[in-house]
Design a binder for this molecule. Sequence first.
Ligand code: MG
Length: 382
Amino acid sequence: MKQVILLGASGSIGVQTIDVIEQHPDEFELVAFSVGKRIQIVRDVLAKMDVKEVCVMNKEDADALSLEYPNVHFTYGDEGLIHLASLDKGDIVVNALLGFAGLIPTLTAIVHKKDIALANKETLVAGGMFVKEAISKHGVNLYPIDSEHSAIFQCLQGNPHKSIKRLIITASGGSFRDKTRAELEGVSVKQALSHPNWSMGAKITIDSASMMNKGLEVIEAHWLFDLPFSKIDTIMHRESVIHSMVEYEDTAVMAQLGTPDMRLPIQYALTYPSRLPLASEPLDLLKLSTLHFEPLSFERFPLLKLAYEVGEKGGNLPAIMNGANEAAVAMFLEEKISFLEIEEYVHKAVHDLEFIAHPTLEEVIASDKKARAYVIQCVKGA
Ligand code: MG
């Protein structure tokens, strides 16, 4: 029995993680979870699983739920997340938190000798160097849940790292893939939120439309697979059937294919190196007519270009870029700025804020805060 701690049970990945656990009651036991704003998820999960540790967002909810479930220990906020990450029990922590908030709980779980199944790419983007260092120091494993990185991880099995020629990360292109830059003027939140292939949370759907998501994934791949940026390529692949590829020195290209269902990467991160059955739509090859591939233009998607530059420079810049993007996306979702202003403010923050080549963890946390504050201040002043 593998004991699972799930951080972020109420988001899209969290709900699907619960589904995977439910499909394999003899393999996995959920021992703790946290939720964001959707408190009802707590009741839904507790109705079907015997979990004794739950973290919610605020004290009021924790107090109210404690009365409702006297046998469950409720904690709240950042301290609650750290409490869950430090529990004596729990073999693996599924980090499905949103954004930079996932970094400290990840580092805490590593120190407490728990393996990490990571859906929270912002953790690696902003604090990759600290995560890698902690992982080797404490001897735990880090498994990707992001579909592209899970695909690459699967394609790497049994092959020597030194023979990798390049990674090819596929991108569906997001909700605006057929729009020119001129046509992006004045697009609405609703338009941005309708992704052609994947059903995901709001933040990542906007990031897919701006191609920031692919940029974050390039940096994520750099840390996960120990490869320079020159060996990480991206390509547009509309069908989202090939989830990513690895090309080797002998020209062999390994690809992982499947229907777009996040439960496979979630399950593989939990069962690695084993594979278990999964109640999911199988890929029907005969229904696939053609697979399309197109270049991803840096002119059309400037945030992808920026991510390569920022990743290459390193230091606190990825944290600045990520923090600015999180703030800008939140303001776009609140209809305070336009879609194209997201990239404008992200560029501005990366350009204007102080670069630190070798930041401490505290400096990375401060850079994230500064980037958010800077974007908010620029919007107010505009
Ligand atoms: Mg992805």
